[in-house]
Design a protein. Structure first.
Length: 329
């Protein structure tokens, strides 16, 4: 269902200086060029001192400034991250607590790991349609670096930290719309990306041995790639067909920065000009839920977009889940 939906502000935050892959090669006693060759990432950022909620606030403040708004204008805050700052309370409450003059703003989390922001956009569009919200803030902030296992270079070298925020509102006087979305989960891939700890299944009270491995990210990269490659073609066809859209009508593609192989496969499957695809992997790495809103911010602030342009945002997440959103600027 097409709904009035306009991104009126966006912002990002990258912690610290870029961490070069050559520096990580040396740190982990690898031949120079190993990590970039295996992961397709030349640099990424790591949060050494910042919390996820602190990074979220910085990105959100930047988005509000761009929109010409203040936090007092926000009716609802949706925290759309792939990781938790702590188990309870939700990330949204932690972010909201950084605005001391706030009194009772609606705030909640959406966690679909790397697809969290897309599901938040779909949710926000329906909330705006209801008329009960004028301005909604969507914020993603992930610190992947705390859970990387450097015994698995292809996985650990892929990820980076950061935050991104979008300010959205209904704008019926413009052409800006969220034209439709699609989400599908293929649970045969449920174990392909996981952090086993952090919940009730492997609670520290139930684990008698070293708990550290339960907090490390695990990815079966080859199995994940094979399953994604198997289902993404039909998924894209369904997304477009459901909303009477063809690839020729898409001006820009904003993908999740999953991996170099995933981006290459997507571009090949779409048969699209690579210049029309936002690619940040080499300089940011995979930032979990941050990747998609950060890539949209990159498109809106650095490319020659114009009113009426159509955007396809698409990605994957743990589960295995696929998600796509179609926008008109």
């Amino acid at each position: 269902m097409k709904r009035s939906f306009k991104v009126v502000g966006s912002g990002i935050y990258l912690p610290g200086a870029p961490v070069l892959s050559t520096v990580l090669d040396e740190r982990h006693h690898l031949a120079r060029g190993t990590i970039e060759a295996r992961c397709g990432v030349s640099a990424r950022h790591y949060a050494e001192h910042q919390s996820a909620s602190e990074m979220a606030q910085t990105a959100l403040d930047a988005a509000l400034r761009q929109a010409g708004l203040t936090f007092a204008d926000v009716d609802t805050l949706i925290a759309a991250s792939g990781t938790m700052e702590q188990a309870i309370p939700c990330n949204a409450a932690k972010i909201l607590a950084r605005y001391p003059h706030n009194h009772g703003t609606t705030a909640f989390d959406i966690n679909m790991t790397c697809l969290s922001a897309l599901m938040a956009m779909e949710t926000a569009a329906s909330m705006l349609l209801s008329g009960n919200n004028r301005v909604i803030a969507i914020v993603s902030s992930d610190i992947a670096s705390v859970g990387l296992n450097w015994q698995h270079i292809e996985t650990a070298g892929l990820f980076g930290d950061g935050a991104a925020a979008l300010i959205v509102r209904a704008a019926p006087q413009t052409s800006s719309t969220l034209d439709g979305s699609l989400f599908r989960t293929y649970p045969q891939g449920v174990d392909y990306c996981q952090i086993a700890g952090g919940g009730s299944l492997f609670h520290p009270s139930k684990v008698s041995d070293d708990y550290h491995p339960y907090g490390m990210f695990q990815m079966q990269g080859r199995d994940l790639y094979r399953l994604t490659a198997k289902v993404i073609g039909s998924f894209i066809d369904e997304l477009l067909n459901n909303h009477n859209t063809t690839l020729d009508q898409i001006d820009w593609v904003v993908p999740h920065q999953a991996s170099g192989a995933a981006l290459e496969h997507l571009i090949k499957r779409l048969s699209v000009d690579p210049d029309k695809v936002v690619q940040l992997l080499a300089s940011r790495g995979n930032q979990i839920a941050v990747s998609l809103p950060a890539a949209l911010h990159e498109l809106l602030t650095t490319r020659s977009v114009k009113t009426g342009d159509r955007i396809m945002m698409i990605g994957t997440s743990a589960g295995l889940s696929l998600g796509g959103v179609l926008l008109t600027l």
